[in-house]
Design a binder for this molecule. Structure first.
Ligand SMILES: Cc1cc2nc3c(=O)[nH]c(=O)nc-3n(C[C@H](O)[C@H](O)[C@H](O)COP(=O)(O)OP(=O)(O)OC[C@H]3O[C@@H](n4cnc5c(N)ncnc54)[C@H](O)[C@@H]3O)c2cc1C
Length: 419
């Protein structure tokens, strides 16, 4: 408890300005060898490290991060968490994740600011509302909360939307998941880092993995900008860099990298009390605790590793915002930013073993990696510890395309469920 930044701690530092702030986690030199090396210190790598120690007692672990903790997509996303999936496999995995979110601040002893404010997806025609009913029924059969809303109910909950005759897309109802919401993304990264560090795991920042060492078809370690590190097992969790990092180990993955942009307006008084997504285009919006309206849309439609998006996409997303909530046109856009997303052909991720022995893969998160962070780390740690997938991530294997076992929620369900 002593390393919490409470009001009392702040006062103590004001009275004794020479007292150094304690580090939130250690900054160790890399050892020459570990039982497990995790490449990538984003949400997924850090969560994996924590659950390796917490659930499986594996503590001789290093997380190798080429930049600083929180510099990747874990600190760039729009913070939406939910489990309103329809396809078997996805439903159980994302519901497990939401359940882990529910107890996360307590488990990690750090306030991740998990807010179950509810997500409402708006339908813009009756056919879409029918597909929402189908999805809601499947969710409820799987024990996941879902409520179908008619137009009047949506008007009561979201009075600030455009319901006029001139509205570009008429809102005819929606579907609500009350347990969905948001979590503070940086806090999640820091919480897992501190918890992993407390277990004795080495978090090594500013260290890039540049290659893999192999012997007799198995991985034996990594080459880094701070020297060679031997490892019993190596796990890749590098989000938007999955294809080219896996390539260093000789793997060619069905992954394309795109930039996804996000936007925040100047702060306004509390107004939007849910996460609101829209069925006319991929568009999602929530209000941050500081008051800014945080929103986003689709990926930019070309492959890239730059984190800077194009103006065309900014215009498209702004059009969505203004069509839905005309008052937004009077707000100033404060910032926009981008992150690299690794996209798979079916929109579902990989959490699995690879053809290289002792090398494990976590990636292909598309639009949905933040909400998956706890379950991803939990199941990936299981896969590494037991050298076999848990039943919750068996569906996320690399060979699912050869076997015709894709999980294409994007094609099957309504694509506006992304985010
Ligand atoms: C704008 C935007 C909005 C989003 N909104 C949502 C949302 O609302 N809800 C949701 O569920 N998902 C959302 N996502 C997706 C989500 O953020 C990502 O899927 C998820 O964060 C990826 O996992 P990660 O946290 O481990 O990634 P990252 O934080 O990117 O971690 C990967 C780490 O690997 C490191 N790395 C890369 N190469 C190397 C190397 N060679 N050596 C060492 N380290 C390396 C990187 O520096 C990085 O820190 C959004 C994404 C973006 C870009």
């Amino acid at each position: 408890m002593s390393d919490r930044y409470s009001a009392l701690a702040l006062a103590r530092h004001a009275l004794q300005p020479d007292l150094p702030w304690p580090r939130a986690w250690r900054s160790p030199e890399p050892k020459t060898s570990y039982d497990v090396v995790i490449v990538g210190g984003g949400g997924h790598g850090l969560a994996t490290a924590y659950y390796l120690a917490e659930n499986h007692g594996i503590r001789n672990v290093a997380v190798i991060e080429r930049n600083y903790i929180g510099s990747g997509n874990v600190g760039r996303n729009t913070t939406i968490i939910r489990s309103n999936y329809m396809i078997g496999g996805n439903t159980a995995f994302f519901e497990h994740s939401l359940k882990l979110w529910e107890g996360l601040s307590h488990e990690l002893n750090f306030n991740c600011m998990v807010s179950h404010r509810g997500q409402i997806v708006l339908a813009v025609n009756p056919v879409q509302l029918d597909t929402f009913a189908r999805r809601g029924n499947i969710m409820r059969l799987n024990g996941i909360d879902a409520e179908l809303l008619d137009r009047g109910e949506v008007m009561k909950l979201l009075p600030y939307l455009d319901y006029s005759k001139e509205a570009r897309w008429p809102i005819c109802g929606g579907i609500l998941q009350r347990r969905a919401g948001t979590a503070r993304h940086d806090a999640v990264a820091w919480a897992y880092t501190r918890a992993a560090d407390r277990h004795g795991i080495d978090i090594i920042e500013n260290c890039e993995v540049t290659g893999f060492t192999m012997a007799e078809g198995r991985v034996t370690g990594v080459d880094t900008t701070r020297g060679r590190i031997n490892a019993g097992k190596v796990a890749i969790a590098v989000a938007g860099h999955t294809s080219h990092v896996a390539r260093l180990a000789g793997l060619r993955l069905p992954v394309e990298s795109h930039v996804l942009q996000a936007f925040v307006t100047e702060p306004v008084k509390p107004l939007v009390h849910h996460v609101v997504s829209w069925g006319a285009e991929l568009f999602y919006l929530s209000q941050s605790d500081k008051g800014g309206l945080v929103f986003g849309g689709h990926i930019d439609g070309f492959n890239t590793y730059t984190q800077r998006g194009q103006f065309g996409k900014i215009r498209e997303v702004a059009e969505c915002a203004v069509s839905l909530m005309p008052f937004i046109s009077r707000l100033r856009l404060l910032r926009h930013w981008g992150g690299i997303q690794d996209m798979t052909p079916d929109g579902s991720p990989f959490i699995c073993r690879t053809p290289v022995r002792n090398l494990y893969l976590n990636g292909g998160w598309c639009y949905q990696g933040f909400k998956a962070t706890p379950a991803s780390g939990w199941t990936f740690a299981h896969t590494i510890a037991h050298d076999e997938e848990h039943e919750l991530n068996r569906c996320y294997a690399l060979d699912r395309f050869e076997k015709g076992a894709e999980l294409d929620e994007f094609g099957l369900g309504n694509w506006t469920y992304k985010q």
